[in-house]
Design a protein around this ligand. Structure first.
Ligand SMILES: [Zn+2]
Length: 287
């Protein structure tokens, strides 16, 4: 297993059919924290990569607050993955980030209260530094790859992680903007926190699929999430993320020099057990 792994939302939404045909059948893995989301493997240039689809394969089978983030991150760790690139669709908190834009956030504000979002226990915990929030090595690779896609690219920005699954009120969106957010999503910060706890590198790439509530007003004054002339851009997400995936696989994979492992403290926690066995995900295959 190669040390690079990927996490995305719904497989069908973020990857093209061409890429999906190259993936293995879906599996889920049992961990001490429960069952993972469906995952698949991709063979490329003699190496094998793992991709986890946090929400499902064909459609959203499980929403953000109910995703088993600990199982997903733990399973990647146990499979030998030390670096994670995540694909995230987000809502824009400002018209400066338009539908169809790529955003390489460099920080986040975590407002989600997902259950079980830490590997620590009440009696065994440490303060882990979260600055920089993401792996600088992976962010550099993402920036190089993303700059050749012909898309508007925003380097830097703040991702606000909310609980979901509902969308926010207009007042909540104004608040998220005031506290410094550029985009809003429901999953990424939880993954970034858990990855850091296990000494893993983590870096996200975000694609704006709509404006958050109240951000964009149509000429008639109505509230619009996706303007008519930007709907096609929203639908390009699978093409764009597939190109990012291919680009990352082809980009330089030099030995780690980022120091992310210096932040985590939990790798050796004795109560963590190895993955027990691989279980074929019958319920998710063929849907
Ligand atoms: Zn790193």
């Amino acid at each position: 297993m190669h040390q690079l792994g990927f996490i995305g939302g719904v497989e069908k939404s973020i990857l093209t059919a061409e890429i999906r045909e190259k993936l293995s059948p879906a599996k889920r893995i049992k961990t001490p924290y429960g069952l993972t989301s469906p995952l698949k493997f991709l063979a490329h240039s003699g190496k094998k990569y793992v991709l986890i689809f946090r929400h499902g394969l064909e459609k959203i089978e499980i929403t953000a607050p109910f995703v088993n983030y600990r199982a997903n991150i733990y399973a990647l760790k146990k499979m030998g993955v030390s670096r994670i690139v995540s694909f995230n669709t987000v809502g824009s908190l400002t018209q400066e980030v338009r539908v169809g834009d790529l955003i390489l956030c460099d920080d986040f504000i975590d407002l989600a209260d997902h259950m079980r979002r830490t590997f620590f226990t009440a009696k065994k915990s440490r303060h882990i530094r979260m600055h920089p929030a993401f792996c600088p090595d992976l962010m550099s690779r993402l920036a190089k790859v993303s700059s050749f896609l012909g898309k508007r690219l925003k380097r830097g920005g703040v991702y606000v992680c909310v609980n979901g699954p509902r969308l926010e009120t207009a007042a909540e969106i104004r608040y998220l903007r005031i506290i410094g957010g550029d985009v809003v999503g429901m999953t990424m910060a939880t993954e970034a926190n858990l990855a850091r706890e296990l000494d893993m590198c983590y870096a996200p790439v975000c694609y704006s699929i709509d404006y958050a509530e109240g951000v964009y007003k149509a000429p008639d004054g109505s509230n619009v999430l996706v303007p008519e002339d930007e709907k096609q851009l929203k639908n390009e997400v699978s093409t764009v993320f597939s190109k990012v995936l291919e680009g990352i696989l082809e980009s330089s994979d030099a030995p780690k020099a980022c120091g992310c492992e210096l932040y985590g403290y939990l790798t050796i926690e004795p109560k963590l057990k190895p993955v027990v066995k691989m279980a074929r995900n019958k319920s998710a295959v063929g849907k």
